[in-house]
Every structure is written in C-alpha cells, then in structure tokens.
Write a protein that binds this ligand. Sequence first.
Ligand SMILES: Nc1ncnc2c1ncn2[C@@H]1O[C@H](COP(=O)(O)OP(=O)(O)OP(=O)(O)O)[C@@H](O)[C@H]1O
Ligand SMILES: [Mg+2]
Length: 139
Amino acid sequence: MNNFELEYSLETLPVIARELLAFCGDARVCLFDAPMGAGKTTLIKELCKTLGSKDAFSSPTFAIVNEYGYPEGKIFHFDLYRLNNPEELLDIGFEEYIHSGNYCFIEWPELAEEYITGNFIKVSIKNLGNIRYLHATNS
Ligand SMILES: Nc1ncnc2c1ncn2[C@@H]1O[C@H](COP(=O)(O)OP(=O)(O)OP(=O)(O)O)[C@@H](O)[C@H]1O
Ligand SMILES: [Mg+2]
C-alpha cells in the first residue's frame, strides 16, 4: 500500500495515529504538508503518545526542532514555519537528523524537501470543520 486516506475527528485520533504509524512501516521521516490550523501538531502529539513517549509535548515555536524520548529512542519534531532560508537547516545539522534512523516529524516541510532523500511519508490534512481529511503517500 503506498496510499492511505481517511477522515478523522479528535475522537478517532488515537486510531488514526496507530494506522498512520503502521502505514509508515520502516520510514522514519514524515512530512506534514497542511494549511495553518489543519491539525499537524495535534496529530504529531498523538503519534508521539502512541509511540509511548511520556515527555512533555510542546510545539517547537521558538526552536526549529524539539526532541522527545520514547521507549525505542528519540523523536524529532520540526516546525519550519519561521525558516527563511533552506541553508539554515544545514546549520542545525538537518541532514544528520534525517538520516539518523529516528522518527522525524516535520511541519511546514517545503523548504526542507531538497534535503530529504530516501524513504519518506508525506501527509496532507484538510480542515473540513469538525472533521479532518488525511491523505498519506509513501515516496
Ligand atoms: N481531527 C480533528 N478534528 C477536529 N479538530 C481538530 C482535529 N485536529 C486538530 N484539531 C483542532 O484544530 C486546531 C489546530 O490544530 P493544530 O495546532 O494541531 O494545527 P497545526 O496544523 O499544527 O497549526 P499550525 O499551522 O499553526 O502549526 C486545534 O484547536 C485542534 O484541537
Ligand atoms: Mg503546528
């Protein structure tokens, strides 16, 4: 399966998080390409919880990347909304994160796409009011 689509609500979020992780398979890099307020952070938080992370979750508003622990390792959560220039990613060692084998969940990924190679998942979310429409593809 290299395509996955469904509608979900806040109530069905835990189920969707499990299904999305299953869809990811061996892929560890996941891009969340969706408009403002579509639910990227909410979904990533649920993915971290599903992976067993007990860390306090926060949106990386001031930093580009937040790191959380989970029983099998680390999760990196990027929010590239404030990134002006793709080269800033090289300064923070972005390519090392991407190839580290750890989960990398990336909000606002456009400027990073030139640095992302290998297997990755692209998730788009549309806001349909109280329902969200999710579409995931495997590169
Ligand atoms: N499946 C859903 N059903 C209903 N509401 C949702 C759903 N997912 C998220 N929301 C709500 O949408 C709002 C925005 O969510 P969130 O902050 O996750 O969006 P975002 O895409 O990360 O936004 P930003 O672009 O600012 O980073 C929150 O109030 C959240 O509770
Ligand atoms: Mg967000």
